[in-house]
Design a protein around this ligand. Structure first.
Ligand code: DC
Length: 223
């Protein structure tokens, strides 16, 4: 089973994806981490964030070990990731990595949950289930600030502006912009608790599984 979970930063897709992975015994892949890892390497090696060829060369060297660094969660790395994510050749390289990782799934996993921006539209257009998680920018900014305070980081003053700027860049880029796939289920978490949001996502997947069982049963002549 392949589940695509897309949406803007701070909407809750990471938490929802992890909950789905745990509930349905699936492997979780955070594709944003790949863009972050590449951006982090580029910043560390002074590679120009608009230099597509150098970034593609760097992207080819990415390994799963590069995805483990705690620094990847920093806001500046997220903003740099959003900048390099506009480059089509960089996206093509990361899409190749993502598809390879998702094909390497073995037991005990029964499939994969991919969390990103273009999973349902570009990376896995044939995913079994597509969920587009969203929330109002103000709510997402408040969540990010609360997370920062909780982890003892200095809260940033212009979080809402940064979120709006990042949304704008992610949604308007020419290469695979952030848009819901036509067949995605929309999940707005603005007024939901984490628990409720996860439960709704679990219900979407359970309904899909149930429907499939019914189709199989009727194909086999059962009621
Ligand atoms: O989900 P995140 O905040 O970790 O993602 C960081 C940036 O990476 C985001 O601003 C856009 C980009 N990204 C993307 O373009 N496509 C993906 N599938 C995942 C992330």
């Amino acid at each position: 089973m392949i589940i695509a979970v897309d949406g803007p930063a701070g909407a809750g897709k990471g938490t929802i994806s992890r909950a789905l992975a745990q509930h349905f015994s699936l492997k979780y892949i955070d594709t944003g981490l790949m863009y972050r890892a590449l951006a982090y390497k580029a910043l560390a090696e002074n590679v120009d964030l608009s230099h597509e060829n150098s970034l593609v060369t760097l992207a080819k060297t990415l390994t799963t070990g590069d995805l483990q660094l705690p620094e990847l969660r920093m806001e500046e790395v997220g903003n740099a990731a959003s900048k390099i994510a506009v480059l089509p050749a960089v996206r093509a390289q990361i899409t190749l990595h993502t598809r390879r990782f998702s094909q390497e799934i073995t037991a005990p996993y029964k499939g994969v949950v991919l969390d990103g921006r273009d999973i349902g539209t570009v990376v896995c257009p044939d995913a079994d289930i597509k969920i587009f998680v969203t929330a109002a920018p103000k709510v997402r900014a408040e969540r990010r600030l609360a997370e920062m305070m909780q982890s003892g980081k200095q809260p940033q003053q212009n979080m809402l502006e940064q979120i709006i700027e990042r949304d704008q860049r992610d949604q308007t880029r020419a290469a695979s912009p952030l848009v819901p796939a036509i067949d995605a289920t929309l999940l707005d978490t603005s007024e939901l608790t984490i628990r409720d949001a996860c439960q709704r996502a679990v219900a979407v997947v359970a309904a899909y599984q149930n429907e499939n069982v019914q189709v199989l049963r009727s194909a086999n002549g059962c009621r």
